[in-house]
Design a protein around this ligand. Structure first.
Ligand code: NDP
Ligand code: OXD
Length: 314
């Protein structure tokens, strides 16, 4: 193969694809970066940049050295039957993505902690109803997933004074966080959590993990914030837990079906807050720089800093 490094951009949404093409070309003017279908010699393409690509988009590219994701979660890419078996799949890791997630989760934790949903309902009913409230140090916040995003969230929630617990696959040491590791500790962890935040990757082990058993292990009246994937959540178990009062509220940013269909009961549930997968959005400028830096590392034989472990699935 000769000529410039070729990069196929496989992004389902056309507007988004154009924006990323422009940003990637600016970050790497020396590369030949184009929509996948533009390459007439697909065997000469070295990298694919992928997000919500049309089924079969990857199939033509047989000599890839890496597939790079626009998102932190690579579950959909790893499920793609056309993903070549040995090729590294690079996750999006970007300070702006981490900051955005931190802001979203801090907002929701403080909102539940200081009972803003309760006072919004009181205002609608024109009811003056002051209530005592615990201090942050008396409120327990649990973070499931202590990776790039979860560890940052746990640290910042702890910095506000909350009593923070974290749960991950392998043991972690994070200042100010009581850490639990492994499935055996899940229900013990949950028993100590008033506000549960899910920042797990979607894998066979974490699918349907937000279920009745977990909700029943939480103290009565706990809150859920799911900012990871819709497939973690057993939706009927959430509705039952809210109906019984076992859970007092839930904020959901990711769903099994996106966009969430108009007839879905979550839209109108008084104890559920729905946001359209915006907890944190990848920034095009810094995201493109991250992708190009990873491609340059791979070309230089240094390997990706942020490749998913394909055996673990994240
Ligand atoms: P990382 O891969 O950095 O971290 C994943 C964490 O989950 C790690 O701590 C890992 O444990 C833990 N984990 C994985 N499997 C298990 C398991 N079976 N049991 C217990 N813990 C487990 O991911 P990120 O922090 O970058 O991202 C997390 C997820 O957030 C993404 O996969 C994506 O789905 C979601 N996301 C959502 C966004 C939104 O806008 N809603 C935006 C960006 C991401 P260990 O440390 O031991 O490996
Ligand atoms: C995601 C992302 O993985 O947007 O959801 O980064």
């Amino acid at each position: 193969m000769s000529g410039p490094v070729r990069v196929a951009v496989l992004i389902g949404d056309e507007g988004r694809r154009e924006t990323w093409l422009a940003a990637l070309r600016e970050a790497a003017p020396e590369f030949d970066i184009a929509p996948g279908e533009r390459f007439t010699e697909p065997d000469e393409v070295t990298f694919a940049v992928v997000w919500r690509a049309a089924a079969g988009s990857l199939r033509r590219f047989r000599n890839l050295r890496a597939v790079l994701s626009l998102g932190a979660g690579v579950d959909a890419i790893l499920r793609d039957p056309d993903l070549p078996p040995e090729v590294p799949v690079v996750r999006m890791v970007d300070e702006a993505l981490t900051e955005g997630m931190r802001e979203y989760v801090l907002a929701q934790v403080l909102r539940y902690h200081r009972a803003f949903p309760f006072y919004a309902a009181a205002q609608t009913a024109r009811r003056w109803d002051p209530r005592p409230y615990p201090l942050a140090r008396e409120r327990r916040v649990g973070v499931m997933g202590l990776g790039v995003l979860g560890a940052d969230v746990a640290r910042h929630v702890a910095a506000l004074g909350f009593d923070v617990k974290g749960w991950s696959r392998s043991p972690k040491r994070i200042a100010g966080v009581e850490a639990f590791a492994g499935r055996d500790t899940l229900y013990e962890f949950a028993g100590k959590v008033d506000i549960l935040v899910c920042l797990l990757p979607l894998t066979p082990d974490t699918e349907n993990i937000l279920d009745a058993r977990l909700f029943n292990a939480l103290p009565r009246g706990a809150f859920l914030v799911n900012v990871a994937r819709g497939e973690h959540l057993v939706e009927s178990d959430l509705l039952a837990a809210l109906a019984s009062g076992q859970l007092a509220g839930a904020t959901l940013d990711a769903f099994r079906e996106e966009p969430l269909p108009p007839e879905h009961p979550f839209w109108s549930h008084p104890a559920i807050t729905v946001t359209p997968h915006i907890a944190s959005l990848t920034r095009v400028d810094s995201g493109a720089r991250h992708l190009v830096a990873e491609m340059q590392r791979i070309l230089a034989g240094k390997g990706s800093l942020h490749a998913a472990d394909r055996n673990l699935g994240y």
